[in-house]
Design a protein around this ligand. Structure first.
Ligand code: AMP
Length: 505
């Protein structure tokens, strides 16, 4: 029997005894080989099947980052199910929405959440099990007594392997349906491009409910037979301590800004490192430059999203250009379009549309949404605005929904943010539009000063006004201690807009 994704990740491992995970978990050894991990996944697959999971069934999980959570991913794929991990920060109300929408056969959470979630699962006819930090959850205990081999269920390239819900910053969160080949084709391309091999050890400090930490990081390493240093989350001391024993890191921009605050980040500390990768949110050019000055490493920035996996990457060999997300991955097509779907002139800003084996199958239960965003010719409308320079590199100009239209003019927040971020004393900024009776929208600039810096807002204002056309001038400047961000480090402009509207009211 062949299982497109499982076979590639595990069955064809060249050396099953190679180290796969470095962990620090109660009651577990510090290192697990590929074969030990595969046996654990097989034990869990038995539990899934015992609880009614058949091919195509959703296995919904909101659980801490543990080996068993990762083994549950592999187990679900092995028994033909659809893995559906949820952000651990979601509240009971949010989890209720996901259970009702996805109608899973099995719901898995931490014991302390089970009292709240159980009635919801029951109403939807789903069984409940638990995964706990101390590895004593019901799923974990049941798995302990199961055989370490499982007859893999056949699944083809087009069968579903996972649903990831989008972060839903506007409207309802949507379940992106990802197939075995969406995941495998993308991981194969990245392994090749980023030269990942069995000699690599990855610093893994990302969550595993998101495409970055789960598919980009884990699938690539498994395909290559690499080792993963599997950390609970990003802890500066733990990461700095691991650097000298690692070769690879995948992170969000905040990992890099946090590393830069520590004097221990030095050329010596990174002497065994081969590659630092950043994505999920824009990496400021100044972070890129500061990191390269401090360590000699040019961070490789890439771009992708839940629905499409990875789309572009800066090159492994060749110039990694700050402020760009590089070039289209092999096998993937992109085009920049006007709202009517026709291509923009070379060098102009347009909506990024993407097509390829990486692009998802649509949104679960939302045929209209799918039809709005996935064209019949296979191009997916990302919602991101981009521009391709004469150098052929893609620059992300912002999200379409963050575009400000004021007095009939289009204003791209990033253009103003880039100028603000260069002002001495400004650590970071966010520019956004709020409703305005005359102009349609007015421009607000939120500024975060560097620690200890006293910002003179009038000076900032006059500097910006000297560099930009009048219609791009922010009308209001606000000083903030920090910008609101989600777990993946993305600035939540919807929160900024809502706070503004609320305080104005
Ligand atoms: P998600 O589906 O949570 O992975 O979010 C995808 C969105 O993150 C994209 O549509 C972009 O808006 C943003 N994004 C991802 N990588 C980058 C990057 N390197 N630079 C700028 N934005 C990015």
């Amino acid at each position: 029997m062949t299982n497109h994704l499982y076979d590639a990740l595990i069955k064809h491992q060249v050396n099953p005894d190679a180290r796969f995970l470095l962990i620090d978990e109660p009651g577990r050894p510090g290192e697990l080989s590929y074969s030990v991990f595969a046996a654990r996944a097989a034990q869990i697959a038995h539990v899934l099947v015992d609880h009614g999971v058949s091919p195509g069934d959703r296995v919904l999980v909101q659980a801490p980052k543990r080996t068993d959570m990762l083994a549950l991913y592999l187990a679900t794929v092995q028994c033909g199910g659809v893995f559906l991990p949820l952000n651990t920060g979601y509240t009971l109300d949010e989890v209720t929405y996901f259970i009702n929408d996805a109608t899973p056969v099995l719901v898995i959470c931490e014991s302390h959440k089970s009292e709240g979630i159980a009635p919801v699962a029951k109403t939807m006819g789903a069984t409940m099990l638990t995964i706990d930090k101390d590895n004593t959850g019901t799923l974990q205990s049941l798995a302990d007594s199961k055989p370490g081999t499982f007859t893999t269920v056949a699944r083809g390239p087009d069968d579903l392997a996972a649903f990831l819900y989008t972060s839903g910053t506007t409207g309802r969160s949507k379940g992106a349906m990802l197939t075995h080949d969406n995941l495998l084709s993308n991981a194969e391309t990245l392994v090749d491009l980023w030269r990942i091999t069995s000699k690599d050890t990855l610093i893994h400090a990302l969550p595993i409910f998101h495409t970055h930490g789960l598919f980009v990081a884990v699938n690539t390493c498994m395909l290559a037979g690499a080792c993963i240093n599997f950390m609970d989350g990003f802890n500066l001391d733990t990461v700095l301590e691991a650097l000298p024993r690692s070769t690879l890191m995948m992170g969000v921009p905040t990992f890099y800004t946090r590393l830069l605050t520590d004097e221990r980040l030095s050329p010596d500390a990174v002497s065994s490192m081969r590659l630092f990768i950043s994505g999920s949110a824009p990496l400021l050019a100044e972070t890129h430059d500061a990191f390269s000055q401090r360590t000699g490493h040019r961070i490789l920035e890439r771009y992708g999203m839940t629905e499409t996996n990875m789309i572009t990457s800066n090159p492994y060999e060749g110039a990694r250009i700050a402020g760009t997300v590089g070039m289209t991955l092999s096998g993937v097509d992109i085009r920049l379009c006007k709202p009517d779907g026709t291509a923009v002139e070379d060098g102009d800003i347009g909506m990024i549309e993407v097509r390829g084996p990486n692009v998802f199958k649509g949104y679960w239960n939302m045929p209209e949404k799918t039809a709005e965003e996935l064209r019949e010719n296979g191009f997916f409308i990302t919602g991101d605005l981009g521009q391709i320079g004469a150098d052929g590199y893609l620059r992300i100009v912002g999200r379409q929904k963050d575009l400000i239209i004021t007095g009939g003019y289009n204003v791209y927040p990033k253009e103003i943010e880039d100028l603000l971020n260069d002002v001495p004393g400004i650590d970071e900024s966010a520019v956004y539009g709020v409703p305005h009776a005359d102009f349609g929208e007015q421009i607000i600039a939120a500024l975060v000063p560097m620690p200890g810096a006293e910002l003179d807002v009038e000076k900032v204002r006059s500097g910006i006004e000297a560099s930009l056309a009048r219609f791009k001038h922010p009308q209001v400047y606000k000083i903030m201690e920090a910008l609101p961000r989600n777990t993946m480090g993305k600035v939540q402009k919807n929160v900024l807009r809502a706070n503004h509207v609320e305080s104005a009211a």
